[in-house]
Design a protein around this ligand. Structure first.
Ligand SMILES: O=C(CO)[C@H](O)[C@H](O)COP(=O)(O)O
Length: 225
């Protein structure tokens, strides 16, 4: 079976009646949303908060009852994908550009599960670019500040056009390299006007669920949660 599907299907088992569930975004989350949709058809009673317009459309199609963010006062469980994750459970997310809503929902959640195939496990994050959501107004200046910090921001382009997030903003992708100083980058990003959120999700999850080619699904618990 597809490794992403294995992880998504397994994660859906953690959803229980009565929960408010955060539905992540991306090709792994897609399988998880399908699996939850199947369980809803079979009588599971939940409410869900999607982390992107794409996931919202998928969940709606499957008949999963949805809340808007203004209707949410807590999230019991958030399940989402990652782009990279290290043994300290520090992750980069936002490859699909949904990092802002993903972080809002993950931050509200009592419990977070990250789902992935085994390619996402790394010793040090940073080989994958770090996505940073920036306001359109002043984006040139915000990127100039990033250059001053010695980073090389690349404005995200899709299909020949500047990529615009579900929130109407741009994404600057930072190519920092594996083993970059996470705390230093996080702190410096906080000083730049126009930076709305970044894709560092540091030690947020209670467990990772990893689809592997040789061992099936691995569930890795976070001892610090
Ligand atoms: O953060 C994300 C979207 O903003 C995704 O969760 C991340 O990019 C992983 O995607 P995939 O499961 O397709 O590999």
């Amino acid at each position: 079976m597809d490794m992403k599907k294995m992880a998504g299907d397994k994660a859906a088992e953690y959803v229980k009646d009565g929960m408010v569930v955060g539905l992540g975004t991306g090709s792994t989350a897609y399988h998880m949303v399908n699996a939850i949709g199947e369980r809803v058809k079979n009588g599971l009673k939940i409410q869900a908060i999607p982390t992107s317009k794409a996931t919202e459309a998928q969940a709606r199609e499957l008949g999963i009852p949805l809340l808007t963010i203004d209707e949410v006062d807590h999230v019991d469980l958030d399940i989402d994908g990652v782009d990279e994750i290290d043994p300290q459970f520090n992750a980069i997310k936002g490859g699909g550009g949904a990092l802002y809503r993903e972080k809002v929902v993950a931050t509200l959640a009592k419990e977070v599960i990250w789902i992935m195939d085994e390619s996402k496990l790394v010793d040090h994050i940073g080989a994958f670019h770090l996505p940073v959501e920036i306001a359109q107004y002043g984006s040139k200046q915000a990127m100039a500040r990033m250059e001053e910090y010695g980073w090389k921001p690349v404005l995200r382009v899709r299909d020949g056009k500047t990529f615009v997030t579900d929130n109407g903003n741009y994404i600057a992708d930072l190519h920092l390299g594996a083993g970059f100083d996470i705390e230093d980058v996080r702190e410096k990003l906080g000083t730049i006007v126009g930076v709305l959120e970044h894709g560092l999700f540091l030690n947020m999850c209670k467990r990772m669920i990893v689809g592997t080619s040789s061992e099936g699904v691995r569930v890795i618990e976070n001892p610090s949660k």
